[in-house]
Design a protein around this ligand. Structure first.
Ligand code: 5AD
Ligand code: SF4
Length: 475
């Protein structure tokens, strides 16, 4: 509780650091004996939240004395941070587990396999693992990520599979070690969980109810990152627009943005995801006012049909969504928008689908993440009547891309000739003389440059449009 001397999680962090030290001693002994360090392979599936959680898992494994490898076939410790938002993500995990069984039998019998994340929060998955995939060593969920060191130690001692799945958050452990995937940009959780229960979505069941971190904790983390050289932060939450409502002293997301905007050293601020039902005028104003907040908004629409939106439990209409788009553009004329769209929600008619196409035409997205509806057991939509046949969905999906992609192309075409400030992130994998980065409006830009520019804001003149990215020349 706020006001007490001991922060929740502080003693827990100390406990885990003890386990880390013990495992490190064993791993160091292994290295001395075998002339090589043990290696870990880490895979994050799904959303940015998982990617960021994996940075923490990797930080802990690093402290335990493992080296990171990108070659799964030479790993001693393999960890998948799983996603269950659509069925194909789960199929991928089972496929890989089949391969890992063979890997353990033929190549590395001592390899340790750990599974964590959203998929593990489902009882049916645990049953399947217990019955069919007994070569898995450690299984944990979304609420006890910080316990990885303890679970590794328990596995080493007992030699048996460790299952540790919680149904809710018990405490938030701050300050876990983390390895950032990029030195100059970082993600920061501002809240966990989701209260919205969109009828197709499994996230509220596997990530629990909404919990916001205090602005003090968030700002302390952002300042620490800035001191460590980070210039761009991504504020993460399933629904950032309802940030802070349940804090002891409520704070709005707009207020938080203004506070983060003041942190010295930070040059760019991004955030995701915004739920249209909670996007306030106050937030639009804060975005427009704050010079460091990127003029880019990810605003998932899911569908353009009022009837589908109602049955999705989204709490807005096509018209109120379009009104938000108008307001955002009025306040920030150069803003770019992106969205998420689901095709084939139960009962979706051709007319409903046409409404979605209409929103795409009117919103003029610079990017859209498009999904085929995937039935998730346990969600209300899974038992709705009139599930749409596969061939109808496929046909609609193709027609949607035929409308969407030319718009994405046009929106990128409008950038030709402009000079944009690109935050250089990395050298291209194919060609080391080409750097890639993002403009303020989130568009991906490739340009010729040397690696010493990585981590810098580079003025680039846009010369070519590749539909999903731009090519430019350094000014
Ligand atoms: N089927 C298809 N797409 C889904 N999403 C969430 N649940 C499902 C589902 N059952 C999509 C939504 C959400 C994004 C992260 O994933 O578009 O915004
Ligand atoms: Fe899922 Fe809706 Fe919550 Fe997003 S807002 S995580 S789609 S329930």
């Amino acid at each position: 509780k706020a006001g007490t001397a001991v922060k929740p999680g502080e003693t827990e962090l100390a406990r885990q650091l003890e386990y880390i030290r013990a495992i490190r001693a064993e791993n160091d002994a292994f290295a001395a004996e075998n002339g090589r360090k043990k290696k870990f392979y880490s895979l994050a599936m799904g959303c940015q939240m998982n990617a960021h959680d994996s940075e923490k898992l990797e930080g802990m494994l690093d402290e335990m004395g493992f080296d990171r490898t990108d070659e799964e076939t030479e790993a001693d410790f393999i960890i998948y941070n799983t996603c269950c938002v659509r069925e194909n993500a789960e199929q991928k995990v089972y496929g890989k587990l089949g391969w890992l069984k063979h890997y353990k039998e033929t190549k590395n019998p001592d390899a340790v396999i750990a599974l964590c994340g959203c998929m593990m929060q489902q009882e049916t998955v645990l049953q399947t693992l217990r019955q069919k995939y007994r070569h898995v060593d450690i299984v944990f969920g979304t609420f006890n990520l910080y316990k990885l060191p303890e679970l590794v130690a328990t596995r080493m001692e007992s030699g048996e599979t460790v299952y540790d799945i919680w149904q809710e958050q018990r405490e938030v452990v701050e300050d876990l070690p983390a390895i950032r995937h990029f030195p100059y940009k970082a993600s920061v959780n501002i809240m966990f969980g989701c209260n919205n229960f969109c009828s197709y979505c499994i996230v509220p069941y596997v990530r629990g109810r909404e919990r916001s971190r205090t602005p003090e904790d968030i700002l302390a983390e952002v300042r620490r990152l800035a001191a460590d050289g980070v210039k761009e932060v991504m504020l993460l939450g399933q629904n950032v627009n309802s940030y802070g409502k349940n804090l002891e002293t409520p704070v709005s997301f707009a207020e938080l943005l203004r506070m983060v905007n003041e942190v010295e050293g930070i040059e760019r601020i991004r955030f995701m995801t915004s739920h249209p039902k909670d996007l306030s005028d106050e937030l639009i104003q804060a975005m427009a006012d704050c010079d460091k907040v990127c003029k880019y908004l990810h605003l998932p629409v899911q569908s353009g049909s009022d009837e589908i939106l109602r049955r999705m439990n989204r709490h807005y209409t096509k018209e109120s969504y379009m009104e938000l788009v108008r307001k955002a553009r009025a306040a920030m004329p150069d803003i770019t928008l992106s969205t998420d769209i689901i095709v084939g929600f139960p009962g979706e008619t051709e007319e409903d689908f046409q409404e979605t196409l209409d929103v795409i035409r009117k919103s003029r997205y610079s990017t859209a993440f498009t999904f085929i509806y995937s039935k998730r057991t346990g969600t209300p939509a899974a038992t709705m009547e009139n599930q749409v046949p596969e061939d109808v969905i496929k046909d609609r999906f193709d027609r949607m891309l035929n409308i969407l992609n030319p718009i994405v192309h046009e929106v990128h075409e409008e950038q030709l000739g402009k000079v944009m400030t690109v935050f250089a992130e990395e050298a291209s994998k194919q060609d080391k003389t080409v750097l890639t980065g993002r403009a303020d409006n989130n568009m991906l830009v490739h340009f010729k440059g040397t690696e010493d520019l990585i981590g810098q804001m580079v003025p680039v003149k846009i010369t070519e449009n590749k539909t999903f990215y731009l090519i430019g020349e350094r000014m």
